[in-house]
Every structure is written in C-alpha cells, then in structure tokens.
Design a protein around this ligand. Structure first.
Ligand SMILES: Nc1ncnc2c1ncn2[C@@H]1O[C@H](COP(=O)(O)OP(=O)(O)OP(=O)(O)O)[C@@H](O)[C@H]1O
Length: 364
C-alpha cells in the first residue's frame, strides 16, 4: 500500500492497513479487524456498515485508543492531523498519554446508541455540559452555562434554560440523545464518531436526529464516522461507505456509486434485506441474509462471505480476494470481479442481480 503524505488540508484522519488482534490465555490470537484503510475528510461522513460482530465498534474504539486490555493493534498507522498541526500517528501514542487524552474528547468526540453510556445519572445535563466546556475553554461556570444553553438550543431541546437543570432520567429517549450530542459538541471536535446513535429510537425521532447531525456537521465543519448496521441510514447520512464483513472492508466507495452499482454480493444482500432500500412493488421479495457470520476464531480461507454467497465458485475458497477498483474511489474484494469465467461476474459488474433468485429459494 503506497503511503502518501497528508498534503490535502481537508484530510483529517487516515487509517492505513490497520489490523486489531485479540488474545486470550487459552486460545490462539484472533484477528478481529484486518487491513482496514480509509480516510476521513473534514465536513464529510464515512459510514461503516455491516452485521453485528463485523468489527465496526472495534475499529472506532481503535481510533480513540479505547480498546480492551486483551487487544492490540497488529499492523498499520492512524494518521490524525488537527488544524495547522503536523500529522500524528495515533498508533504510536500510549492510550493514557497526555497527547492521546488531548485528542480524545477534545479533537475527537463519540456518541453512542445508549446516551447513558456518556451521561452521568447523578448530575444534571447542564452541569455535565458546563464541566466539559470549562475543561476545554477555561471559563467560569456562569459563562459556561451560557454556552451550554446555546448548545442545548442548537440540538433542538425546547426550553433549554430550564431543561439544563434536568437529570438525564427526566428526559425522553430522543431528548437524552440530543443532550449527549450537545455534550459531544461542547469541545468543538474535528471528528465526531457516532456508534449506532439512532438504532434505539423510533423512526420519526431517528430521522430528526439524522437531520440534526447533518445540520451540525455543516455548521461545525467536522468529519463524521458513522457506524450502523442499516444501509437505509447510510443513504440518509453518509458521503462515503465502507462495508465490513468479518473484520474486512469488502467494499468501499462514494455512497451514490455503491448504491447505484453495488459490487460485492454481501453489499447486495444487505441492500435486499432492508425494506426502505426496496421499491414498494418488490416488498414481497425482501430477503434476510441467510446463515450467520462465521466466527473470527474459525476464519474461512479465501473470502469470508463464501458460505453465504449465492455466487460462490471455486476461487472463493482459495486466496483472499485482492481489491478490484470498479470506479473512481470505488472498490470491492470479490473474486467474481476478477475471473472472467465467474458465474455472475458480468451481472455484478453491471450492477444487476444475476443469479440471486435461485440463491434464496426463489424468494428473491
Ligand atoms: N475483548 C475482546 N476479546 C475478544 N474478542 C473481542 C473483544 N471485543 C470484541 N471482540 C470481537 O471482535 C469482533 C468485532 O466486534 P465489534 O464489537 O467491533 O463488532 P460490531 O460490528 O461493532 O458489532 P455490533 O454491531 O454488535 O456492535 C467480534 O467478533 C467480537 O466478538
């Protein structure tokens, strides 16, 4: 992988060939994330998408150096460049070093599915956000409260001045989510990592929170790394998407290109399993992805999706597929794209659904 300097000022963070390994006393090491490369750009959103267990959260926590004790970064660099500063390799920093702490919660903030993982239940939301602002701006609490109320208004909390005195349990799920977002923005981060922030919310609140995040991103110019299992959400929020399967990025590209012509059978299967991605007349053809993600403990040889892939053929159980570029900044790792005699290769290249009806017992 050629390593080029971070010359583009818009480039904020670059993952280069990052792998993450878990060890346990009784078992061989497990490579849970392999060879991940992506770039996060100021003002843009990259979505990491895939089923449960594919490595999305571990990848995000690696950026913040918040991995479990039994984890280590096996290979790679994570270059991060704050404005007007030289790039720093996050991998080279100790997780609890002052330099890393200055990045975490200052340059990079994170929001979660469950707001109570970042909000304290025993302090009012106003006090918690005041404290965050005081740490970062070295101002007194009175001045911080003015900023807190501003932030709460910005994230759409009605009656912000009074609500600042509420404890998290006194707010609805949607308002708690907004309060957590306000807290994440208190340090004016360069990067916001959002780990399934709308998964627990009803559809209307989910749409409102996505709208809010988009508006705030425009205002703050921050980059966003958005983690979700839902390609419908990706369509609404992201500029670029990286599709993960068993720790590998199997397809990556501009959202428009990936949705117009998905190249990897796994991406296509994810698209067909989501109601909003399918036209009304095709509802009856919705298909869940059959089978389960294999365990990283027993990683299959070759392409990990083979056991669930409707198009699998001999080469899929051989070598790990190389990246095939299929458009400007759009690539996938799939043997069907490189073998001319592959059963569905022509259809995949053209973005059609060749062969998928037989693979799902005629339902697809
Ligand atoms: N401390 C750990 N020790 C061993 N394996 C781990 C540890 N933490 C995570 N893993 C494994 O790493 C893999 C990736 O987990 P991760 O939480 O990143 O998945 P995910 O895609 O975010 O899933 P979800 O949507 O369920 O959060 C999984 O197989 C998980 O079991």
């Amino acid at each position: 992988m050629p390593q080029t300097p971070m010359d583009d000022k818009a480039e904020l963070l670059r993952m280069e060939n990052v792998s993450i390994v878990f060890s346990s006393p009784d078992e061989a090491d497990i490579e849970a994330v392999r060879q991940v490369d992506f770039t996060l750009t100021r003002g843009k959103t990259l979505a990491l998408v895939g089923e449960s267990g594919c490595g999305k959260s571990v990848t995000a926590r690696t950026i913040l150096r918040l991995l479990d004790r039994n984890a280590r970064i096996g290979t790679g660099r994570i270059l991060f460049r704050a404005e007007d500063e030289a790039p720093v390799d996050i991998v080279s920093l100790k997780p609890d070093s002052p330099a890393m702490r200055a990045i975490r919660g200052n340059r990079i903030s994170m929001i979660f599915q469950e707001p109570m993982s970042s909000l304290s239940p025993v302090h009012t939301i106003g006090d918690q956000i005041d404290e965050m602002i005081m740490i970062h701006e070295r101002i007194d609490q009175k001045a911080a409260r003015v900023r807190t109320v501003d932030l709460l208004e910005q994230v759409g909390i009605p009656g912000a001045r009074q609500r600042a005195d509420a404890y998290p349990f006194q707010l609805s799920g949607g308002l708690r989510q907004r309060a957590m977002i306000a807290m994440a923005l208190a340090c004016k981060p360069d990067l916001l990592i959002a780990d399934e922030p709308t998964t627990a919310l009803d559809v209307t609140t989910q749409a409102q929170i996505l709208d809010l995040l988009r508006a705030l991103q425009e205002e703050y110019g921050m980059a966003m790394l958005f983690i979700t299992h839902d390609l419908g959400v990706v369509a609404e929020i992201a500029d670029e998407v990286a599709v993960m399967y068993l720790g590998d990025v199997v397809e990556q590209g501009n959202v428009f290109d990936v949705f117009r012509a998905p190249q990897h059978p796994y991406t296509r299967a994810l698209m067909r399993s989501i109601p909003r991605m399918v036209r009304r007349t095709e509802r009856e053809r919705l298909a869940p992805i059959e089978g389960n993600v294999p365990s990283p403990r027993n990683r299959p040889k070759g392409c990990a999706f083979t056991s669930r892939c409707p198009h699998a053929f001999a080469p899929c159980t051989g070598d790990y597929p190389e990246r095939t570029t299929t458009g400007e900044a759009h690539w996938a790792r799939c043997h069907l794209l490189t073998h001319d005699g592959a059963p569905a290769a022509a259809g995949l290249r053209q973005g059609t659904m060749v062969g998928e009806s037989t693979a799902h017992g005629g339902r697809a």
